[in-house]
Design a protein around this ligand. Structure first.
Ligand code: KIV
Length: 440
């Protein structure tokens, strides 16, 4: 029996647009979903555009164009895109040009010309819209679309449109299954502070959480040693071992395609520069794209040694959880002028060494704000006010998965513990009363 013919791979142009919710995260999430339909071969930057033909007062859009190589036929691609739009919160029968969480349009499908009910390719208006043709020209300027006599760059030059100029809002990156592109991931990360956008970092210790964070568009996934408390049940982070960090980094890495994965050096594994480099290498072998360690000036030799070994480092100053036993508790930092000056010295030393970012934990907000202005690398605050360059939270605190303790600055935006308790109670009742695992 002969094998079925391989499906024809078509190069699709897909326009992405959204003007509700956290638009950049939604674009990242849509790119993650497109990667499930084929190879995301190229993606333009995200452009902020004023709404065209929309109701007055409609919020501004973020638009981008991606090129996806896929074995799906155009009709299959159309229904796959509609499925993604629905999963991302777009209701069925949504009117044209109304605000939306995600709009995905096929612009072209290789050299196919299609004129069917509900599907016309190339898209009949693609050459009339700056928010489509400009991002497309960024990634496929020489493309000659079927039915056109000039390439995309000329369509852009000849565009006769009253649309206001597009504002380049952020860089986007194709989602790929290929490991090892840490450098590229850090390049995208490092462009965030200069662009004026805030960094979003969350922790993960397992595959599903990591995958959800990455699909949700976070900028940095931290395998923090706080997992010792919220995953492993220790009283603090001091007992977390290197073997445990490696185990959890491997699980997280399997779930993350896009954001850099940062691994914490656990306590007592970076006492000397040599030990720090050896430990950092172990974390990188497990899948970390960089490592984080606690301490400023005192840890500079370790930071420099790890950087010299070619491994990206994120610093962590202020309240240092690994020192909780020596300090006798979690204490706010930067309360006195001398303490604030010490923190600034730590921050400048880390910045000068070339860290990718630094966590400011439990630092007085005014001090955190001063440091953020003084350093080039982004500051990522936790319990340090709102004037840092970004924020990090322990995801278990964010989603309400660890109901026995939550720091006062961490707002729970979910009740995962409540959902588990309710599901356990429902399942138990059903099994005990009827013997069946499901009601009804
Ligand atoms: O371990 C961790 O999760 C951390 C964050 C709290 C910054 O270091």
């Amino acid at each position: 029996m002969s094998a079925p013919p391989a499906p024809e791979i078509l190069e699709y142009g897909i326009a992405l647009g959204c003007n509700l919710g956290d638009r950049l995260s939604l674009l990242h999430a849509a790119l993650g979903a497109l990667a499930g339909l084929g190879e995301v071969a190229a993606v333009s930057g995200a452009y902020q555009t004023e709404p065209v033909d929309c109701a007055p007062g409609s919020p501004a859009f973020l638009n981008a164009v991606a090129v996806v190589r896929s074995g799906l036929a155009p009709r299959e691609m159309l229904s796959a895109l509609q499925g993604i739009e629905r999963r991302m919160g777009r209701p069925d029968g949504h009117g044209r040009n109304t605000p939306r969480t995600m709009d995905l349009d096929i612009l072209f499908a290789g050299d196919r010309v299609v004129a069917e009910e509900g599907l016309v390719l190339p898209h009949p208006r693609l050459h009339l819209r700056r928010f489509v043709i400009e991002p497309l020209a960024e990634i496929r300027q020489d493309l000659l679309l079927p039915g056109f006599v000039v390439p995309v760059k000329t369509l852009l030059e000849r565009l006769d449109s009253t649309e206001p100029p597009l504002l380049r809002f952020a860089e986007l990156k194709p989602v790929s299954d290929k490991p090892g592109d840490a450098e590229e991931k850090w390049a995208v990360f490092s462009a965030i502070k200069p662009s004026g956008r805030q960094v979003v970092c969350l922790t993960a210790g397992d595959y599903p959480t990591a995958r959800l964070l990455d699909e949700g568009g976070v900028d940095l996934v931290l395998v923090g040693d706080s997992l010792g408390m919220v995953v492993l049940g220790y009283g603090d982070t001091v007992d977390v071992t290197l073997a445990e960090m490696i185990h959890h980094i491997k699980a997280v890495k399997r779930g993350v395609k896009r954001a850099p994965v940062l691994g914490d050096l656990s306590y007592h594994t970076y006492s000397t520069p040599e030990q720090a480099v050896a430990t950092a290498r172990e974390l990188v072998r497990a899948g970390a794209d960089g490592v984080k360690l606690e301490g400023g000036v005192a840890m500079l030799p370790q930071v420099k040694a790890i950087l010299a070994a070619g491994i990206p480092v994120v610093g962590h100053i202020g309240m240092l959880p690994q020192s909780v036993r020596e300090e006798g508790g979690y204490k706010k930092k930067g309360k006195t002028p001398a303490d604030a000056a010490r923190l600034m010295e730590d921050a400048l030393a880390l910045d000068g060494a070339g860290v990718k970012a630094m966590v400011l934990e439990g630092v007085m907000p005014a001090v955190a704000a001063e440091i953020s202005k003084a350093v080039k690398s982004p500051t990522i605050g936790i319990g340090a006010g709102w004037e840092c360059d970004g924020q990090v939270l322990v995801t278990a605190d964010l989603v309400g998965a660890f109901p026995w303790f939550r720091p006062p600055f961490a707002k729970a935006r979910g009740d995962v513990a409540g959902v588990i308790r309710e599901a356990v109670a429902g399942f138990s009742k059903s099994v005990r009363e009827t013997g069946a695992p499901n009601d009804g």
